[in-house]
Design a protein around this ligand. Sequence first.
Ligand code: N7H
Length: 513
Amino acid sequence: MSWVARKANIQGDVWPGLPKRFQTFLFFKIRKPDEFKTRLRSFVDEHITTAQEACDMKNQILEAKTQAQKHGVPAKILPLPGVNIAFASTGLAALGKFTFNEAAVKKDRNLSKIFKKNQLRGGLFGKGMYDDLVGEGWDEPKELRSQFKPSAGKRLIDGVLMVTASRAEDLRYKVLRVKEHFQKEEGSDDPDTVRMSNDPCLEFPFTSHGKTRPEKGKEHFGFEDGISQPLIEGLDEVAPKDKEPKAVKPGLIFARHEGDDMNQPDWAEDGSFLVIRDLQQLVPEFEKWLEDNKHNAPFAADSDDPKEKLAAYLMGRWRNGTPVDENPHHDKDPNLFRSNNFDFHPVDKHERCPFAAHIRKMRPRGDLNHDHAVIIRRGISYGDEVTPEEKAAQKSDETKERGLMFVCYQSDIRNGFNFLTTRWASNHHFPDRKANFVGEHGPGIDAIVGQRLAHHPERSIGLPDGKHPTEARIGLDRWVIPRGGEYFFTPSIKAMKEYLTGPPDYPPELASP
Ligand code: N7H
């Protein structure tokens, strides 16, 4: 299949991303699998936004911006709603397309063959986020939202419908249409008089909402986000600049492509694993810490703006996006605002970008010979702006939660999200082999998403101080609270029209957890 054909087969949020100022996450539970399958088949053509359609949307936005610039007027916001769907392992099991009972299935010769041919590989996907991250001790159950916790041993989420739009009213309209598609009474097809069923094939146990901040592009800590994404061979046509990371094999994101070693079943081709994670951000606390510590960091203390320099050290970019590797002194050069043209060389030093800065931990570029743990990020902020009262108290109001609905895609959760979080972000000694340059305590934990187990050292990062090895270290607080999430698989269009909506592979008693 050519890449042109694939664009009509891939869901658009995976690549190139759905344009979104507003997003609703409709987490669902499947009640009647057969009816759900029938409705899903027509839903795919009527509502799912493919990569091809998402590319067309992006072109329309670009054209509107060009026209607006030409006429010196603000660009018109185009509605451009989008919809994608993804399934948790429990959702695939509800469709009879995944089994948790491997041992029992393998006792039957026929089922055993089916298992070998069709079972989606990936132990973490099978387990789900709760069992994975609580089980391993990373997530604290008390901090997780109830919807992400199993109830009476049962997981509550079978899948997610993600609806996006550029205007709130278009989003509301599209969400209604999506719900109606799965929940209206049989035959009630006129949108003006639609009747919702009392016994629908799908329930929505809960819904989350994301919206971009008034300062578009910036997340709640005030950093420009969504700058650096991996370029994908065969899909992204732009050539990377000299120091930018090279394009990656498509198999790091898409199943059954070059670079994907998971040996997934045929039906999974062009699909991608999706991770959604609710990360609450303590913004006033983050600002207070910067204020309190701005004079404790060498070089920051005597810079023009110590607080901003300290923030830039933690992130690896100034808040306006300027990479500290390209300019550690200030953020005033407009050519660097969204630059991605850096590789941390010379990698035995961190005079410009601390080894433990968030972007260096999460995409180590020159620090690694092999770019193997790569994700595409599609997150969106949620919650309201910090109030003047919170600012004055330097403390988040418990009733006003805000954060990031972190969303990412990869062909293997263990080598993508899970690896980045547990092996890189949370490990004081990554990037590896830096002890000679930063001292025995290592580069430090990721200030944004590093998680700490009880037996781990206190949170800290090493900072440049002009010495060799550097000696300066600064203790960190925790400003991001993981509130739970789930692991999903985003199938291709073809998989949803054929395999997934076909007859079950296993009887319900052998499929269910
Ligand atoms: Fe991170 N932030 O807004 O503060 N992230 N991130 N992230 N992140 C990046 O380059 C942020 C999180 C990655 O290619 C930027 O687009 C926040 C998780 C990766 O150079 C900013 C949260 C994971 C990159 C933020 C959060 C990652 C990246 C710079 C949570 C993985 C690309 C802007 C609340 C498990 C690195 C940009 C590269 C960049 C923020 C979470 C990964 C500003 C607030 C959980 C791979």
